[in-house]
Design a binder for this molecule. Structure first.
Ligand SMILES: [Zn+2]
Length: 120
């Protein structure tokens, strides 16, 4: 079992990692192929040659699901932003788990006085 000092050090490392995260972008990328409105276009041929691929970003923000097209030129940037966001969520989870573990350890080390009615 980890000691209190070990968990405190783990949390400090998580904070350093958080401080060095780059730009963030929630969501995931998918490839899209489209059909246009021109009846004589190759996308209506048999077999159809649809337009694309286009990179579409799907994400959920402020209670709404959203999509946006990503220009191929910005693809690497957006991918790295998505990775940073995933790392943010992972680090937050680790911080929360470590905090709960730390709190439990501290309570074990400082049990409330037997007759105390205080619950905090
Ligand atoms: Zn077309």
């Amino acid at each position: 079992m980890a000691t209190e000092a070990e968990i405190v050090r783990r949390i400090e490392r998580i904070k350093v990692d958080l401080a060095h995260l780059g730009d963030l972008r929630p969501g995931s990328l998918s490839l899209q192929y489209n059909v246009c409105g021109n009846p004589n276009c190759r996308c209506k041929a048999d077999p159809p040659q649809k337009h694309g691929p286009y990179y579409q970003l799907n994400y959920f923000r402020h209670g709404r699901s959203r999509t946006g097209l990503v220009h191929p030129e910005h693809l690497a940037q957006v991918r790295s932003q998505i990775q940073n966001y995933q790392k943010l969520k992972l680090l937050l989870d680790q911080w929360i788990d470590a905090s709960i573990e730390l709190d439990r350890l501290r309570r074990l080390g400082n049990p409330p006085a037997p007759r105390s009615r205080r619950t905090t």
